[in-house]
Design a protein around this ligand. Sequence first.
Ligand code: GDP
Length: 440
Amino acid sequence: MFDNLSDKLDKALHVLKGHGSITEVNVAETLKEVRRALLDADVNFKIAKEFTTKVKEKALGQNVLTALQPGQLMVKLVKDELTELMGGDAAGINLQGTPSIILMSGLQGSGKTTFSGKLANFLKTKKSKKPLLVACDVYRPAAINQLHVVGDQIGVEVYSEPENKNPVSIAQNAIAHAKSNGHNVVIIDTAGRLAVDEAMMAEIENVHKAIQPQETLFVVDSMTGQDAVNTAKAFNDRLNFDGVVLTKLDGDTRGGAAISIKSVVNKPIKFIGTGEKMDAIDVFYPSRMAERILGMGDVVSLVERAQEQFDEEEARKIQKKIAKNQFGFDDFLKQIQQVKKMGSMKDLVGMIPGAGKALKDVDIDDDAFKGIEAIIHSMTPIERSVPATIDASRKKRIAKGSGTSVQQVNQLMKQFDQMSKMMKMMQGGGGRKMMQMMGK
Ligand code: GDP
């Protein structure tokens, strides 16, 4: 995410981060580079200028030049300012009202339908809600079908009236349907156009007025940079929406939209979309995003994701197995599956402080586990639970069955062996023994 911007900001702040001497001249020089980095990321010119002016004022006010760690202080000032620019505190979604009504707005292709599904899935699985998805695009039958496909995927009911050409009445009927069927959230997906036009604006404005949603979200493709900001302004002028959803942040986005949008429309970014799958949705936290942009990682999100996937019961079972020397390939497979549920590898690595930058040119393959999984799937139950039974001829069979080589099977067995030993050691004599081994 925002690799280019992170890289440039890192270079700009590099001199000050080290222990080199800090002068008014190189502070000014650094801020000039910071501004250039922001402009390159497609941040609005005025915003970039204000940004560096503010950081400079704060730096002088806090005597950066005489501070104990002036470089660190500068990084902190830049981080704080970025956080402020992106909205300060995280803004929640308003779920009051029975049902609470959420209206989606945005251009065609921005990711509205995909996001409607993601949000329904998020509210269902994380907030125990019973959402209803509503297809209000009366122009494109394909859009209605798309929402039904999404609804099927996540097990959420979709309301549509293919024959009805009046979006206001569809929305009203859907709300009545939700009330009589116990849905406590209604998510209304509307028609978009390729560009802002009067007919579309008038239509969504009508729907908005008629149903008075608790939450109107504006969905925008972050890849469109400054255009995203302009479109946001046009929609906000008409709808006075409550929050922004930035999609496609998993792509090669430069970051301008994320950084500028809040200060242009004065509405918070509430969610981000980071992929095409239904679970690729994140609540937007300005400070965490600022840390990621500055290559500080996002340990908080990483730990949260790990906790979400962490199954205590399962962990206890595994501990017992390790103690009894019964940890087998099946358990290993389960652990791999848990890690995979946490998200894409590239995304996870980006959350580790420093690692995102260090590994930015390494091609992190999400299929990295595929070979391992294929090998394990080709083992018999006995082989999985008692790896010692795997002799040379079995290895050959496993390699053939999994489309890998004997060498790869050997490698996995060796890694598995090392890992089992290490886990046993951590559990037995505690981490102390391992530390001794590592010479600490
Ligand atoms: P709509 O016309 O606004 O309803 O947009 P869609 O939901 O149909 O999305 C348009 C395209 O963008 C589809 O191919 C989606 O799969 C894709 N898309 C949506 N959100 C994301 C995202 O966060 N990341 C990526 N990579 N693709 C997305």
